[in-house]
Design a protein around this ligand. Structure first.
Ligand SMILES: Cc1cc2nc3c(=O)[nH]c(=O)nc-3n(C[C@H](O)[C@H](O)[C@H](O)COP(=O)(O)OP(=O)(O)OC[C@H]3O[C@@H](n4cnc5c(N)ncnc54)[C@H](O)[C@@H]3O)c2cc1C
Length: 332
């Protein structure tokens, strides 16, 4: 089976990897522009946002991503990451109750007093949720390793138009048994400009690169502090949602807000900012075949590394007609 995948972020790279394992011959067409998956340190955090929501697929997603990192490591691909656990400090009893309402018993977790947390926190937190199966991963290294391990043929150019069996790029027309669109925020915006996709919600955010990791364990509430391949990061996707992707701009308006969040998490204690990275993520999950017959894996929102590989694995099975996995891969 010949498959053409448009987009080489964690969605397209994951799909290429699993399709390759199922024996498909994959061509990956990636413009290499505004790739959200190149986030310097992405959290694997199953308990989301300030409401503590837990996606029904979170535990399976964690297992899938860690297993994939293990397989890549065994195959000699170096991907900086740590299955260190994640700490979610919460400010008061009400927030803790809200988190508790969403926490499934099967998701390993423990509530700790802030003084007993395995990483130092700034004063003022009421409770800390410890998620031992969480951690962080270097987004670009992970995505690059997936592409390398997939065996896919890679074309570094933009796909201009596509049907279920054909992709027209800047330089060629490619024929395939199946076509999958994994274009992320920038790709959905280009496609909606061309009338090929309905408008979606895009949200930008920035990671400040730090000269050292303030905490050995990722900390998250509002923003996140995490170790990274070099030093650490402070960031998140906090800009106002927008109807289209926009070129990355350093969000000076939010800089004070972000630094305040970092101080509130752990105190930045003289940490130096060494750079920044800005990206845009897309909401509105699509993991399905559309009415025309084109496959989609996009709209992974802020869960690209938690759910992307799991959904890619389910979709690859569906596309190749393999026995369906336990993984729900339809819109959800
Ligand atoms: C600041 C920030 C922090 C984040 N933190 C986390 C986190 O902690 N944990 C987590 O799980 N997720 C996090 N995310 C979200 C995560 O990065 C995304 O969910 C994920 O990377 C989306 O992957 P994707 O493959 O769908 O899209 P992308 O990674 O954006 O990849 C899409 C690729 O397709 C290419 N493309 C698009 N259209 C075309 C076309 N027509 N032709 C050719 N190529 C095309 C693009 O150039 C790009 O390379 C964060 C995002 C941001 C911005």
């Amino acid at each position: 089976m010949r498959v053409a995948i448009i987009g080489g972020g964690v969605a397209g790279a994951g799909l290429a990897y699993f399709l390759g394992r199922l024996g498909a011959e994959v061509t990956l067409i990636d413009a290499g522009e505004a790739t959200a998956s190149h986030v310097p340190a992405a959290l694997l955090n199953p308990v989301r946002g300030q409401a503590g929501q837990v996606d029904a697929r979170a535990l399976a997603g964690l297992r899938c991503t860690w297993a994939l990192l293990g397989a890549l490591d065994a195959a000699g691909h170096r991907v900086p990451h740590a299955r260190s656990g994640v700490l979610r400090p919460v400010p008061d009893d009400r927030t803790r109750s809200r988190f508790e309402r969403h926490l499934p018993a099967e998701l390993p977790h423990r509530w700790l007093a802030p003084g007993n947390a395995p990483a130092p926190l700034a004063p003022g937190w009421a409770h800390v949720l410890w998620l031992p199966d969480g951690g962080w991963v270097d987004g670009q290294a992970f995505t690059d390793a997936l592409i390398a391990a997939s065996g896919a043929r890679v074309r570094r150019e933009r796909a201009l138009a596509w049907t279920p069996h054909e992709v027209r790029t800047e330089t060629a027309t490619l024929h395939a048994d199946a076509v999958a669109f994994c274009g992320g925020s920038v790709g959905a915006s280009w496609a909606s400009e061309a009338g090929a996709e309905a408008p979606r919600t895009h949200r930008m955010g920035t990671l400040l690169r730090l000269d050292r990791a303030v905490s050995d364990l990722p900390l998250s509430f509002g923003a996140y502090l995490s170790p990274a391949a070099r030093g650490g990061v402070l960031g998140g996707t906090f800009e106002t949602p927008a109807p289209t992707w926009r070129p990355p701009q350093f969000p000076l308006a939010s800089l004070d807000w972000l630094l305040d969040k970092g101080e509130a998490l752990a105190g930045l204690r003289g940490t130096r900012i060494t750079g920044h990275w800005t990206g845009s993520r897309l909401s509105g999950l699509r993991a399905e075949q559309d009415a025309r017959g084109v496959w989609h894996l996009s709209g992974l929102s802020s869960k690209g590394f938690l759910l992307g590989p799991l959904l890619a694995s389910g979709l690859a099975r569906e596309m190749t007609g393999q026995a369906s996995s336990a993984v729900p891969s339809r819109r959800g």
